[in-house]
Design a protein around this ligand. Sequence first.
Ligand code: PRX
Length: 626
Amino acid sequence: MEGDVYYPSAEVIAQAVLKDWEATAEFARNDLQGFWQKEAEQLEWFEPWEQVLDDSNKPFYKWYVGGKVNITHNAVDRHLKTYRKNKLALIWESEDGKFDRTFSYYSLNREVCRMANIIKAMGIVKGDRVTIYMGRVPEIVFAMLACAKIGAIHSVVFGGFSVDALQGRIADSQSKLVITCDGSLQNGKLVELKRIVDDSLRHCPTVENVIVVKRTAHEVPMEAMRDHWYHDLCALPIANGKCATEVMDAEDPLFILYTSGSTGIPKAIMHTHGGYMVGTYTTLKYVFDISDEDRFWCTADPGWITGHSYIVYGPLLNGATAFMFEGGPSYPYPNRWWQLIERFGISIFYTAPTAIRGLMRFGEAWPNKHDLSSLRLLGSVGEPINPEAWKWFHQVIGKGRCPIMDTWWQTETGAFIITPTPVVPLKPGSGTRPFFGQEAEIVDEEGKPVADGAEGFLVLKNPWPAMMRTIYGDDARYVSAYWTKYPGKYMTGDSARRDADGYYWIIGRVDDVIKVSGHRLGTAEVESALITHPAVAESAAIGLPHEIKGQSIFCYVQLNPGYATSEELSEELRQHVSHHLGPIARPEEVRFIDKLPKTRSGKIMRRVLKARAQGLPEGDVSTLDD
Ligand code: PRX
């Protein structure tokens, strides 16, 4: 093999649940449906499916057609009949480390039933949307599983988003219920989640009830009839007792999750009970080799797809023990995560390149204070990992023993797509090859495959069970955004190249999506936040390379007449975006410009702005107006 290659040790191979990658890949290549049939059979179905895959109406693929199932039944209920009943399902620690909470599968079920009973009593029925906007507390897991249990569609909004983002998502989904917390803690500081909910609900008439979980000691206003403390509801008789798990069709929606695209409002990516369940179960089992003894920690937030698939559903479907931490990597000190790995005996640790780069800065002394010998596998997700960070992670955290699973996937794909398994030789910075049953291709503008080594657009050729089914309420946009440019193939929006060994190297997004610290944001969202400020006539947001964050947001702003450029105004605009869209979207820099470069048809030429901001040549500007 070419380049820098890390082969799996005999110890890793001996432990791996799946020893022969090639044979499994071969089986799935020859019999895609057979592979996914075998996987689905390992889970419990109320009624079997009649057809594994229905591709008669592409790109509206259907999986496990006719099957009856519920993901919560498989993530929770089914374990209660086994020894796992008394096994830990979830371990949680608070940001300040003052307390932790643990839940066996038995007690998780009680919590989920309690939440489900309550939301049912509020009139939520199968198919209703419920917005969940919380910090990283156990109740967010209960809320998601409870919605799924009764057939409601959850729409989790990341707790780092602010009023505009939340309001837009509640309004678009027409949720009847919002589940939130009074606040959340971030680096010791309070984020006023309930206040943000209150502000958002001024323009969201569909919301009838708000459930508020108490997490902090600060006072929040409660609106009579609409707002209810969760602990008060729990004390009511209706909260007690078992709650039946709804029998769902395999293709019934499980959740929607908003994600940023090229233009317009974020897209409500829709996933289903059957296919998503099989996809997250299977990928976690093979890629992270998960077993009963493992303690799996995915550092993402449940508000992103990584948290949905690999904090909540994937680990529980596998009957594993998931660990969730309320805080971030370096508060109060840069050893916080390493301390937790040691304290809780984490065996599989899945995080993001931006976090690794951030922690690297503090030096090896911090991790070296801790016994990290419980670790056996590491993982990376969200953006390309630079080889330097990969090697540090491998050597300093994994002590050279733990393979790194660099998993490429998306909100839309629901589960890993390009990823190694522990027995696959690794190259730092490459996600290796497509998962079983998948075929990826690198194509040019016209859709023709490019030669190995050349850069092009990454497309996927085969359907897979955890694929999104549509953009909720907008089938036409689903077709045009993903399936039209390269007919018959799924357009990922990423550029990549493939090397001579068939390994894929992701380069980055080719559209107007920015990845800030692994968080997916759209330039359009930032621009819509800016335009609500009276000084702003027009703006353009771009993503520029950033050493730690991967990318950072950089904005050019054209002012309205009567406004003068100043340092203060620039800072005010950054603050404005942070307030409206969320602190994660705060621009690194706002610069003023007399006139934005546009094509003759009026499209902003972000490419020119990007070059300009970095002091690089502006390239072909023949289409530039004036
Ligand atoms: O550009 C790719 C990048 O993240 C995008 C998807 O973002 P999101 O839907 O928020 O999901 C993130 C977590 C699954 C992709 O289009 N990306 C994700 N994982 C990787 C990656 N880029 C390189 N390497 C990865 N492992």
